[in-house]
Design a protein around this ligand. Sequence first.
Ligand SMILES: C[S@@+](CC[C@H](N)C(=O)[O-])C[C@H]1O[C@@H](n2cnc3c(N)ncnc32)[C@H](O)[C@@H]1O
Length: 369
Amino acid sequence: MIGAEIAKADGWISFARFMELALYAPGLGYYAAGARKFGAAGDFITAPEISPMFGQCLARAIADTVRATNGDVLELGPGSGKLACDVLRELDTIDALPKRYLLLEVSADLRQRQQQAIAQLPAHLAALAHWIDALPENFDGAIIANEVLDVVPVHLLTFLGGWIFERGVVVEENGNFKWRDVPALPKSLVEPVARIQSGFANNMPPDGYLTEVAPAVDGLVASLAKMLRRGCLLLVDYGFRRAEFYHESRRSGTLMCHYRHFAHTDPFYLPGLQDITAHVDFSSVAEAAIAQGLELIGYTSQAQFLLQAGITELMAGHDPAHAASYLPITNQAQRLLSPAEMGEFFKVIGFSRGDVSVPALAMARPLPL
Ligand SMILES: C[S@@+](CC[C@H](N)C(=O)[O-])C[C@H]1O[C@@H](n2cnc3c(N)ncnc32)[C@H](O)[C@@H]1O
């Protein structure tokens, strides 16, 4: 199917198109088809799958905004639906339920899984969930997304002999996929590439430098920002600010594939059966949101964010004398917070429009952007 698309496109497609097909082609793409994906039996594990405390903290972080706007919550890419369930339960506990909990999911298979998860909630919470097919025109409330930006298709670039090439995909005679670099850049990449170049002496990264650029991430963030009338936007993902992302020493980019908890760098291995991801350039995310008039309210590590959002209070609600229930909680907290696990690797970036506050972000130690 990807091969047919390449043939139709005169033998070459960009890596962004390859990634889009491998992840989202109806019926065949990794997120479109029925593989298990999340959790111990899947290919990777995300923070909401590790612990309900992640969603509880996120709920506490957005509670003020939900109350102040009397609005909705919108979750992008809700995966198994676990985060939605945890957020709704906690918002109920702290008396900050939204008018509606909107879920935007591009995968029909995952949407079905989310519906099954939400159906297990008490009826008054399940009744708040609504699946939407496109972003609303205007939105008041809180928008959240965990690990969504890293699965948005990226373009690959290589810098060789003073020239810039886009790396794309061709099919060999034996039917295997193969890389092919072409010297012409599409218009959509000219500006992002110029931003990368400006960080290097003589505007040129070292010879052989391979990296990614994600105009579709900027486009998605701009669309979210544009529709946000009053409220906040919180995005959680792994990545860096631009100076770190496009650092001289990061010569082979950040592309990563996940298959049954095995992480590797070959996107041609079992296309459609493995996840393909790239780190997020948070400077670019910030620029896209600010250009739409949003205010940047914080950029910090997941650990700092969860600590400010009250993870230690949540832990204190469990009795240390009950080892059977307390030990899993400490183990979960360690995975979410430890710098050796998710704590520093994952970042939270937050924006707002109008008179709303996200105290958990305002008080967290900010990272330089
Ligand atoms: C790595 S999973 C993360 C799932 C979940 N948020 C979690 O933390 O477990 C990525 C999710 O984003 C969805 N997704 C990807 N691109 C999207 C887009 N443009 N809009 C909405 N959802 C998207 C995928 O289908 C999937 O549900």
